[in-house]
Design a protein around this ligand. Structure first.
Ligand SMILES: Cc1cc2nc3c(=O)[nH]c(=O)nc-3n(C[C@H](O)[C@H](O)[C@H](O)COP(=O)(O)O)c2cc1C
Length: 184
């Protein structure tokens, strides 16, 4: 039996979604910020494009508008506390890198650093910025990809070796059940 869902919370029906940490660099204050993002997606292969949907009130929104670049960092489950912190505090008032003790690494093709504790990184230059509804869809062109050597084979994640972090809405997170997998 189906019951009425809630249109205002339509997005909750698409959870769980992988939570990523997006880094961006505020040149004016010489400060790297990190925002937790669940609304993100691959868009195009050629050119390689990746999109993130960010609300205009976020500090990160103003940074990306100016710096025109960002880095997507894919997060292992064990960083759940730090990821939740980055998604519930604004870099306007808190230095999230300092508070979470996450480690920054220089990127290859952009000024914005990567987060060392994450297992894959997409270095993006802003390709297009679309104001859609109450969010801005920042489309990044991927200039470089770095991955943890031990965790990938033929560019595919070795799912037995890593537990990616998934967000299920509210204050809830999960990861995958490795016993449920098929290979065709
Ligand atoms: C799991 C999770 C996912 C989130 N996803 C998004 C998102 O996709 N887009 C967005 O604008 N905010 C998202 N947020 C909210 C921001 O991460 C949050 O407002 C953050 O404090 C903004 O930081 P900033 O002001 O330093 O940019 C999410 C929060 C959490 C906890």
């Amino acid at each position: 039996m189906k019951v009425d869902g809630n249109i205002e919370r339509f997005y909750q029906y698409s959870f769980p979604m992988q939570a990523v940490l997006v880094t961006c660099h505020d040149d004016e204050h010489n400060k790297t910020n990190v925002i937790t993002v669940a609304w993100h997606t691959p868009i195009s292969v050629d050119p390689p494009l990746y999109g993130i949907s960010i609300a205009p009130k976020r500090y990160s929104h103003s940074i990306i508008e100016k710096s025109k670049e960002f880095v997507i960092n894919f997060v292992p489950y064990h960083l759940v506390d730090k990821t939740h912190f980055c998604g519930t505090h604004s870099g306007r008032t808190v230095n999230k890198i300092k508070e979470t003790e996450l480690t920054l690494l220089s990127a290859r093709r952009v000024k914005t650093p990567l987060i060392k504790e994450c297992y894959a990184h997409l270095e993006c230059k802003l390709f297009q910025s679309l104001k859609i509804g109450d969010h801005t869809f920042f489309v990044g062109q991927i200039l470089s990809v770095e991955v943890d050597k031990e965790l990938f084979k033929n560019d595919l994640l070795k799912i037995d070796k890593i537990q990616p972090l998934y967000y299920i809405g509210g204050n809830k997170y999960t990861t995958i059940d490795k016993t449920k997998k098929r290979e065709f």
